[in-house]
Ligand binder design. Structure first.
Ligand code: WTA
Length: 649
């Protein structure tokens, strides 16, 4: 974070700015700067105007009921998100491409809105046939194949809440999430393709639901064709078999505005992931509005978000935001360097993508690979670029604009979270003057601030904690099964104010410069991992007595996991053990949580009250001069660690 702050400081001094070009501003969906003031004057009216553009079985009686920290949006309304993402477009966009999908091996397929309608209806009927009803939870563990958004939309259609688990998670992680959500149906695939290899999804699921489980049935998409022998009679059925007999008509269930749409697990400050709950109407309106204005979505855009649908970015900005707008959304199954490092750019050229939304870690990886890869392709179809997931360093921002955006297109840096459901801080590309490294300003109607420990606004030019001071439509409603944790985690630090756990600065113009997490969450390549999760995975190993994990600054990934481990009496810290422990974490959580470095230490630095001093470990890992050690119980511990770390370097 210190480095980040320093580079932001440098840039602020340099002061490069990019106002919208007159051509872009002129055609933009929104180009009147008064929109901010208008939304401020009546933010409920502002949101309800977007809601009016969508379809409802019954309109709302009240836009917002705010009983802090509990918000209800569009109270009394009835709607269906699948209807709004699919059926609503049949009259005007029946033959338009809804989903353009490319598999890693090079196979590809286009679903028109009409195709999507039929598939969603059919799978909704399949689920009904399997006994899934309104209010049930359905776990989805799929690769980036079209069946994934189809299954999500089918859930929304019949009123079942989906819980999508990223395909990189391990059997243990799947098991925890299934248990917490009490899902009775699991949708998976035999495997997925990743960098030419097969990810054994079905095998992971079999392990996850072995023994006691709430899962009664498993639907399996045949993708890789390598695991037919894993099908268990009476429990597992093929997607394609079930679809064959299913009717292509399924009436969408009228859902209450506040009925749960989905849950999505994310890491917090404890070892147990939390199921973030999003509901129907507010989430739909929030993702619709932000996709329309921030990405400036137009009828003939070909919009591509490179995220995996297993994360919130994919939920909101591959599936719900673009499809509720009737846009064409591109999905790619595999890795950016398969078969070569120009795969992404070949996709942009092949489909004529006009908008590309990706993550800083991906941009930095492409920077390292070099300009020759984008140079192989005609990227002139692009007219807007986006970034999400972590603070984007100004160098990466400028590289992205220049080498991918041909030095002409706007780059929108978008700040948000699984919890916020929708983008909250980002430029409006037809209005906002862009600054590399800044997410600029809150979306109209959103009230964000930077405050100190006591909750006072720090004012322009200063840094502190980012908070949101007014409800917004797509905000999380609770943590599944744990309403106390919801209040504790987000609403207890400042009364009636949402605590983001992010640090931020505001510059003299009022623009926001995000500085990263202020809690024990590590942001590895834009994936949230809690230090506690890694620590519990490590102490789960029979040789480990105690451990502490931290995030270390990393050139490409933003942050990397570094763990300090105290072994049990009589156990030697060999290289073999070190590698085994790294593997153990990957097996327990998923490979994105694998520590880059593990250090064996006789003791961990602790305060006299016994709290592990992670700040000092961070200093050690990043080779900095030690911060304040006055509260340390045994200062020798850190010195010993520093010496050892020096050797490793
Ligand atoms: C970080 C991803 C700086 C932040 C949508 C936040 C960002 C966490 C940005 C949420 C950005 C996301 N600039 N930091 N543009 N976007 N973050 O829940 O720390 O996976 O709290 O949601 O990512 O991660 P999550």
């Amino acid at each position: 974070m210190a480095e980040q702050a320093a580079s932001i400081e440098a840039l602020l001094e340099e002061g490069r700015t990019f106002p919208p070009s007159p051509e872009f501003a002129q055609q933009a969906n929104i180009n009147d700067p008064n929109v901010y003031e208008e939304a401020e004057r009546d933010f409920e009216g502002f949101w309800s105007r977007f809601a009016d553009e969508l379809s409802w079985f019954r309109k709302w009686d009240t836009v917002l009921e705010w009983d802090p920290p509990h918000a209800k949006w569009f109270v009394g309304a009835k709607t269906n998100v699948s209807y709004n993402c699919v059926d609503r477009h049949l009259a005007t966009r029946r033959n338009k491409a809804a989903i353009v999908w490319e598999g890693e091996p090079g196979d590809w397929k286009v679903y028109t809105y009409w195709d999507l309608y039929r598939e969603v209806c059919q799978f909704a009927n399949v689920m009904k046939g399997l006994g899934v009803t309104k209010g049930d939870r359905v776990t989805i563990y799929l690769p980036m194949v079209p069946e994934l958004p189809i299954a999500m939309l089918a859930c929304a259609r019949i009123g079942a809440a989906h819980s999508v688990i990223f395909g990189g998670f391990s059997p243990d992680s799947i098991r925890d999430r299934i248990e917490d959500s009490q899902s009775k149906l699991l949708i998976t695939a035999d495997g997925g393709f990743r960098r030419g290899n097969i990810v054994p999804l079905k095998r992971n699921c079999d392990e996850a639901i072995a023994g006691d489980t709430t899962i009664e049935q498993v639907v399996v998409v045949r993708r890789t064709g390598h695991a037919d022998e894993l099908m268990q009679g009476g429990r597992d059925q093929w997607w394609h078999d079930l679809m064959q007999g299913a009717s292509q008509k399924c009436e969408p269930e009228p859902m209450d505005a506040e009925d749960m749409l989905y849950m999505l697990y994310t890491s917090g400050t404890t070892g147990k992931p939390k199921g973030i709950v999003h509901t129907t109407a507010g989430y739909m309106v929030g993702t619709y509005a932000t996709a329309k204005w921030i990405f400036d979505l137009k009828e003939d855009d070909v919009y591509w978000c490179t995220a995996d649908i297993g994360w919130v970015t994919g939920h909101s900005y591959i599936v719900y935001g673009p499809l509720s707008n009737g846009a064409t959304t591109v999905m790619y199954e595999g890795s950016p360097d398969f078969p070569d490092r120009d795969r992404w750019w070949s996709i942009i050229e092949k489909y004529g993508c006009t908008i590309c939304y990706t993550a800083p870690t991906a941009i930095r990886t492409c920077m390292r690979w070099g300009e020759e890869y984008p140079e192989r392709h005609d990227l002139s179809s692009l007219r807007l670029l986006g970034s999400v997931g972590e603070p984007i360093n100004p160098e990466a921002w400028v590289w992205y604009r220049k080498n991918i955006g041909g030095d002409r297109v706007p780059v929108v840096d978008t700040w948000w979270q699984t919890e916020t459901g929708m983008i909250l801080i980002a430029p409006l590309p037809g209005i906002t003057t862009l600054k590399p490294g800044s997410a600029t300003r809150p979306f109209p109607g959103v009230l964000a601030d930077v405050v100190d420990e006591a909750g006072n606004s720090v004012g322009l030019g200063a840094g502190g904690y980012l908070v949101i001071k007014r409800p917004w439509p797509a905000m999380l409603r609770t943590i599944y099964g744990d309403p106390e944790r919801f209040v504790e985690q987000y609403w207890s630090r400042y009364p009636n104010i949402y605590f983001t756990a992010d640090g931020s600065k505001r510059d003299a113009d009022g623009d926001f410069w995000l500085l990263g997490r202020v809690d024990d969450v590590i942001n590895v390549s834009g994936h949230r991992i809690s230090t506690m999760e890694v620590e519990s995975a490590l102490v789960d190993h029979p040789t480990v007595a105690e451990s502490a994990s931290i995030g270390k600054n990393h050139e490409i990934k933003g942050q990397a996991v570094v763990s300090f481990v105290t072994l049990k009496e009589g156990i030697d810290g060999t290289d073999d053990l070190l590698n085994e422990l790294k593997r153990h974490v990957a097996t327990k959580i998923g490979s994105m949580a694998r520590p880059d470095d593990i250090f064996f230490t006789a003791e961990l630095p602790k305060t006299r009250s016994g709290k592990i001093m992670r700040r000092l470990l961070r200093d050690v890992a990043e080779g900095r001069a030690l911060g304040d050690t006055t509260t340390l119980a045994d200062p020798g511990v850190v010195e010993a660690l520093k010496e050892q770390y020096g050797d490793e370097e």
